[in-house]
Ligand binder design. Structure first.
Ligand SMILES: Cc1cc2nc3c(=O)[nH]c(=O)nc-3n(C[C@H](O)[C@H](O)[C@H](O)COP(=O)(O)O)c2cc1C
Length: 216
């Protein structure tokens, strides 16, 4: 049994976008999602106002409609990016684009779509403070949610491609117009074995002690 820190480190370093290994045939229990949102509530949020709302969608017709909006916002651009990356021999980029396109194709088959929402619109107050308050009061909770899913054997991906058609989805799900959808998170059990850490730059490349340091 690994120590608490080792288990935590493992979860933190292997909670990654799961697209190819989503088990499309195994239902996700509603109670498990409630549990994970229950844990996400402990995330920091401005003034502890806890204004987040989580829309959970497991109805096949609703998911299909969301998937259509998602694809309209992304597939063509991502296909073009894939071609560019192939031509440039960018192997990591090619892998990423293929995975993103795959998720787009199967989106309605993923058991649950989760759409976290916050009250407020950047059109109403685009100041840095207001925008930061809006998004930073929910993204930590979104990440906690994804970590809680992961520790229960569930995979997810933080996506935003449906936001080009945000209003269509808002209408479909009855989300009030003063709310902002911040993501669409498809959730399924992870098929196959454990996950390994995704590629990342060394931490040293991003650190500046006592001031700015150019990336070496
Ligand atoms: C703001 C944001 C938007 C994203 N949008 C999408 C998306 O629309 N579709 C998708 O498949 N992945 C999306 N991602 C996931 C990223 O592609 C992914 O986190 C990144 O490539 C790192 O890979 P990893 O999660 O496997 O570590 C998004 C991530 C963030 C933070």
């Amino acid at each position: 049994m690994p120590s608490d820190a080792a288990y935590f480190d493992h979860i933190l370093s292997t909670t990654r976008s799961v697209r190819w290994r989503l088990d499309l045939d195994r239902p996700v229990k509603r109670a498990t999602l409630h549990e994970c949102i229950g844990l996400a509530r402990y995330a920091p949020n401005a003034s502890n106002a806890q204004e987040w709302r989580w829309i959970l969608v497991d109805d096949p017709e609703q998911k299909h409609a969301i998937a259509e909006v998602y694809r309209a916002g992304m597939m063509e651009t991502m296909q073009a990016l894939l071609t560019k990356r192939e031509n440039e021999g960018d192997l990591a980029g090619v892998r990423h684009s293929r995975a993103v396109l795959h998720l787009g194709r199967i989106l309605e088959q993923v058991p649950v779509h989760v759409i976290p929402c916050m009250p407020g619109r950047i059109e109403d107050d685009p100041s840095l403070g207001a925008v930061t308050r809006l998004f930073a009061s929910i993204y930590p909770a979104v990440w906690s949610f994804q970590l809680a899913l992961r520790s229960r054997g569930l995979g997810s991906t933080l996506t935003t491609s449906h936001l080009l058609g945000e209003q269509q989805v808002a209408q479909q799900l009855g989300i009030p117009s003063h709310y902002t959808q911040v993501a669409l998170i498809p959730v399924a059990h992870i098929a196959g074995g454990d996950l390994s850490p995704p590629p990342r730059q060394p931490a040293e490349a991003a650190i500046g002690w006592n001031g700015w340091r150019e990336n070496p």
